[in-house]
Structure formats: C-alpha cells, structure tokens
Ligand binder design. Structure first.
Ligand SMILES: *Cc1c(COP(=O)(O)O)cnc(C)c1O
Length: 369
C-alpha cells in the first residue's frame, strides 16, 4: 500500500530510543509483572483523562468485562449498547452473564441514539454503554438526563484525549473502559487496556478482579481472572502518552485537510462533529455510494481505505441468539453499507492525503456520479 489505512512506523521512530532503553531497564530489573513502570503509567494516564484511578488490564475487551462485573452487573440485569460499534462492546456484558439490549445510532454522527435509549429503558436496565466512536464523545450528559440512577459505562477505546464540553472522554460516566490495541490513538506493542473511574472502591475491586480476585496474596474472596497491564507495555505506553496530545493535534490537522479537499464533492458525505465535541479522529469516516466498489478500486491503486464496520453487530452470528434481523436498526445498517474509512494517522503527509483524495475521486467518477 502506498498509503496504508494505519501506519505505526512513524510513531515508533519518534519513541524508539526511549522504548529500547526502557525495555532494557525492565529486563535488567526482571520485574515483568507489576513493575514500577505500570503504576507510573497508570497514574499519568489517570491524570491525562482527569479521573482518580486507572487500572491497567490485558485488553480493552477485558476492561469492558471488568467494568461490568465491577459494578456487580450480571444475571437478570440489562445493559443498553449501541448496535453501531465493534463487537467487543457487547462481549463483556454477555460474558458477565447479563443481557445486552441494542439500540440504533444517530444517522448523522453514528453515536448512540439518545431517544432510542429512552425508549429502551425498563426497570431491569442497570447500565448504558455510550461508545465514543471514531474519536468523538457520545452525548453522555443527554443520557444522564434521562436514565436516573442507571450506570454509565463508557467504551472509550477509540477516543483517548477526546473532549465533550471540555471534559475528557473516559471521565464522563461511572466507569470507562479503554483499549491500547496498537492502532488506537495510544497503542501498545501488543494487547493492553485500562479501566478508568473516580470511585475508589470500584477501582480497588476491579484491580482485585484482574489479580485472580485477590486483595491480599493467597486470599481469594471472589472469582477473578488474570488481566493486568504488563511492565513492558507500560514502558511503550508512557513514551506514547508524553506525545499523545501532540499526535491528536496531527490527526486533527489531517482531518481538516480531508474536509477542506472534499468539502465540495457531492458524492461524499463528510463526517460530522457533534456540537460540544473536540474530536481526536481515530478514524476519518465518510459515506459514499457503491462503497464496496469504491473501496476495492482504491485498494487496487494502493490506498488502504477500509470499513468500520461492514457487518452490524445485531447481524453477527455471535449475537444470533438475540433474534435480531435486517431492518431492526436502519441507521446502523445504512451506515454499514456506505461508510468508508480513509487513511489517517499521525505522520500522514499532505502529499499522501492528496493522493488518497485523487484516487477516491477517480473511483467515484467512474461510477458516473
Ligand atoms: C478496539 C475496541 C475495543 C476492544 O479493545 P481490545 O483492546 O482490542 O480488546 C472495544 N470497543 C471498541 C469501540 C474498540 O474500538
């Protein structure tokens, strides 16, 4: 690919020396699990997200499950989740033994549809999971206004550094889960994630859950599992965290460039930023007619356009037990048919972006539109 969908090489070049030195320290000290670098990163990331506690875990998927379990949500409870998200948003709820209730998205910004949440509320709903999709925060305060004492579990996997009315994604609900999958705005060199919360007791409980349910060595009052952030990943993440604000700015500049270039193209529906949001552009998602054909044509020309996500959650085999069918969530289904993610990452050049747009125009033009 001349312009890949994501290129992590530029990021690595910025931090390579620091990471190598940090990894040598870890190997010298052999504190591979729960070394001091983990606590340092957790503290710094909590500060970055403006929350009291960050608990490092093994992945974003684990972080979601631990957030659900940490709140004591399980059998007999319902959690409302947007159908327009990555499948992982539902997995933690299901694995915790609770029931998922899906709702549609806002057709303009693809975020959870607040009115649909209002219609889906029943007395057995214990939590709502707004997903801060593509790098912008869901309207959490609008949810708070209608849900009473129902918990908000944020899926902040795609939104590190995003702001909603000046407040950081991950600090807007009761608890948040985030992911450090390599391609996320802050990515590890492997799998990693974190749970964020202001609640001291919840943070302690979740930390114990990830440590075999053990508040004290060889004492296991609850059924836990093994899910921790390892020391080597903490070294990488600290190096990236120091640059995250600057790298998010580069993503914003790249997004502005696409928007400027594509503004007048009548075949392209541009991404919309919800009022009150500062977007960090994890993905730059447009809508085009004949999406699959356009994407293939771009891929053939060396541009790594992609789709997030081609098969909506409610039509996945894993969730077939819920009995959904095509037509249940029209906004999500329309988005899945038309959305196209253009390459975006810190380090993408103006020349590369011009090439992306040129190739996109050529692909669109050939459909006669
Ligand atoms: C990446 C992602 C996850 C899962 O994170 P992993 O670290 O890959 O387990 C969950 N939700 C959303 C919205 C994501 O983008």
């Amino acid at each position: 690919m001349r312009v890949p969908l994501v290129d992590l090489g530029w990021q690595h070049a910025q931090i390579a020396d620091e990471v190598m030195a940090g990894l040598e320290d870890v190997m010298g000290a052999t504190a591979f699990i729960q070394g001091p670098q983990v606590a340092r990163f957790e503290q710094d990331f909590a500060e970055f997200c403006d929350v009291a506690h960050c608990v490092g875990v093994s992945s974003g998927t684990d972080a979601l499950e631990m957030a659900v379990r940490g709140l004591g949500i399980g059998a007999g409870d319902v959690v409302i989740v947007p159908a327009n998200s990555f499948i992982a948003s539902t997995l933690g709820v299901i694995r915790a033994g609770a029931q998922v209730r899906l709702v549609d998205c806002d057709p303009d910004n693809y975020l959870i549809d607040v009115d649909a949440v209002g219609r889906a509320l029943t007395p057995d709903v214990r939590a709502v999971m707004p997903v801060h999709l593509f790098g912008q925060a869901a309207p959490v305060e609008q949810l708070s206004a209608i849900i009473g004492d129902v918990f908000i579990i944020e899926d902040a996997a795609q939104s590190q550094g995003a702001l909603r009315h000046g407040r950081t994604a991950g600090s807007l609900g009761t608890v948040a889960a985030t992911s450090f999958y390599p391609g996320k705005n802050i990515g590890a060199y492997g799998d990693a994630g974190a749970v964020l919360t202001d609640d001291d007791g919840l943070a302690r409980h979740i930390r114990n859950l990830g440590n075999w349910g053990s508040p004290q060595k060889y004492h296991h009052p609850v059924v836990g599992f093994n899910s921790r952030l390892d020391t080597m990943q903490a070294v990488v993440l600290s190096a990236k965290l120091a640059r995250l604000a600057e790298w998010n700015k580069l993503r914003q500049q790249a997004a502005d460039r696409y928007t400027e270039m594509l503004r007048d193209d009548e075949n392209v529906v541009l991404p919309k930023v919800l009022a009150g949001n500062e977007h960090v552009w994890h993905l730059y998602v447009i809508r085009v007619p004949e999406r699959d054909r356009v994407m293939t044509a771009m891929n053939v020309e060396g541009v790594g356009a992609g789709v997030h996500y081609p098969i909506p959650m409610h039509l996945q085999g894993a969730l077939s037990f819920m009995g959904h069918r095509e037509g249940d969530f029209p906004a999500t289904e329309a988005a899945a048919r038309e959305m196209l993610s253009l390459p975006i990452y810190p380090g993408i050049t103006a020349d590369q972006q011009e090439e992306v747009v040129e190739v996109l125009r050529r692909a669109l033009g050939s459909n006669g539109g």
